[in-house]
Write a protein that binds this ligand. Structure first.
Ligand SMILES: [Zn+2]
Length: 427
């Protein structure tokens, strides 16, 4: 099986190199926006508001001629200073973005903005000697060798067997610079078989504050809602940011514009405050990701099949008072990580249908108790067989039993209500 994988390392560029990276990212943004504007004009003249089917739209779109980079360069001579391949790649990306839009997979692409402080560009041609592990150097076109963080090289990253496809250089809002080396390689993965042992199957029921409750009655180990743990500090830093760099008059009173908004000017102190907020937000995301990867690894190592529910968290949040918990858990991303880990560990991830009433069914007799729909019911007795249930554990057991049914009948059937396995971004 072909596997796509990326190695992401932090770069430590010198000030000149950082400037050059920022310049390349800025030029890429300019070319992207320039081409997007050109394309938008074509779209509005020929396709928009016309009674056409998707196929006809695509046909017209295929006749479109994008502006050549050589011509754009003539208009903006400073583009010569940066890597040509990075500019070429962004035009290709834009083409793909529009294709996704016409085929209904995505929204119409937007203009890239500088104010988000999040920039990246991709090099689709990698120099042969781009990677020097002993000296911890990576070669970027037109920039030269840049130092990267000293970390342990993962086992799979052996340049004799894998083929690096492209390099993505990314500047995140806190100002840190990363590079992802995306690679492709051939790997043999074992067939996913279940030997019929029910102990090797686990069901996970989503629970906002505890992340999940499993079918053995345990809650997720060491789970912490990280955003809420850091909320106090985050709030304070954001408050500081909102006070910095505000235009004031001679009496030190803030100046408002016509609409009554405060006028913000660029200032060093505002920039410092912004970086503080960005660093903390990054830390929260990293903590969450770290826990999720480790937990996904533990589950994939210990079980042969993991049964999860597929949820639309956005809809659930509307009816909940603890919506913050829902966001903090990031359940969808956890499913993706599980799917990705399962590729390497002979584990099946079974995603149950959204409409499978996992919490309403009694796992002993299968009776459906509709009163449990109310989220406030935490414990209930089955009116049919009298069994006493904890809401979450019962749901997890139902998910497990549903998964076992699915495993016993390997044909994807409508009989079990499973929608199949996660297709991860890995292959
Ligand atoms: Zn029952």
């Amino acid at each position: 099986m072909k596997i796509k994988r990326a190695l992401k390392v932090r770069l430590y560029p010198t000030p000149e190199q950082l400037n050059k990276i920022k310049q390349t990212a800025g030029c890429k943004r300019l070319v992207y926006n320039h081409c997007l504007a050109h394309k938008n004009t074509f779209y509005e003249c020929n396709i928009k508001d016309k009674d056409l089917t998707d196929e006809e739209k695509l046909k017209i779109y295929n006749t479109y001629q994008p502006p050549k980079i050589v011509d754009v360069k003539k208009e903006f001579p400073f583009l010569k200073d940066v890597s040509y391949k990075a500019l070429e790649q962004c035009v290709q990306d834009l083409f793909k973005a529009f294709l996704n839009f016409f085929q209904g997979r995505a929204d119409k692409p937007n203009f890239k903005k500088k104010k988000y402080h999040h920039d990246k560009y991709r090099e689709n041609q990698i120099p042969v000697d781009f990677f020097n592990w002993n000296e911890r150097l990576i070669k970027l076109p037109k920039i030269g060798y840049v130092k990267f963080a000293n970390r342990k090289l993962p086992k799979w990253f052996n340049l004799k067997h894998i083929k690096p496809k492209n390099l993505t250089v990314e500047i995140v809002p806190s100002g840190r610079v990363f590079v992802s080396i995306s690679c492709e390689y051939e790997a043999s993965t074992a067939d996913k078989v279940w030997n019929g042992d029910e102990n090797q199957v686990i069901g996970l029921d989503f629970s906002p504050a505890k992340m999940f409750v499993d079918s053995n009655g345990n809650i997720a180990p060491d789970y912490k809602p990280h955003k809420q743990l850091h909320n106090k500090r985050l709030k304070r830093l954001k408050r500081q940011l909102s006070r910095r760099g505000i235009l004031r008059d001679e009496h030190n009173k803030p100046v408002h514009d016509d609409k009554g908004h405060l006028i913000v000017v660029d200032s060093n102190n505002r920039e410092k405050a912004r970086i503080k907020v960005a660093k903390l937000e990054e830390h929260i995301v990293n903590c969450r990701k770290d826990w999720q990867w480790k937990e996904a690894l533990r589950l994939c190592r210990s079980y042969e099949a993991v049964s999860v529910e597929s949820l639309t968290i956005k809809n659930m949040m509307q009816f909940s008072r603890n919506a913050k918990n829902y966001v903090d858990a990031s359940w969808g991303m956890f499913g993706v990580k599980l799917g990705w880990k399962s590729v390497f560990y002979n584990t099946q991830v079974i995603e149950n249908s959204k409409w499978f009433p996992s919490s309403q069914l009694c796992h002993c007799c299968g009776y459906r108790n509709k009163t449990v729909k109310d989220l406030r019911v935490r414990k209930w007795n089955c009116p049919n067989c009298g069994a006493h249930h904890d809401r979450d554990v019962n749901a997890a057991i139902n998910l497990k039993q549903n998964a076992i049914k699915h495993l016993e009948t390997p044909i994807m059937g409508a009989t079990v209500g499973s929608t199949g396995c996660y297709v991860c971004g890995g292959h």
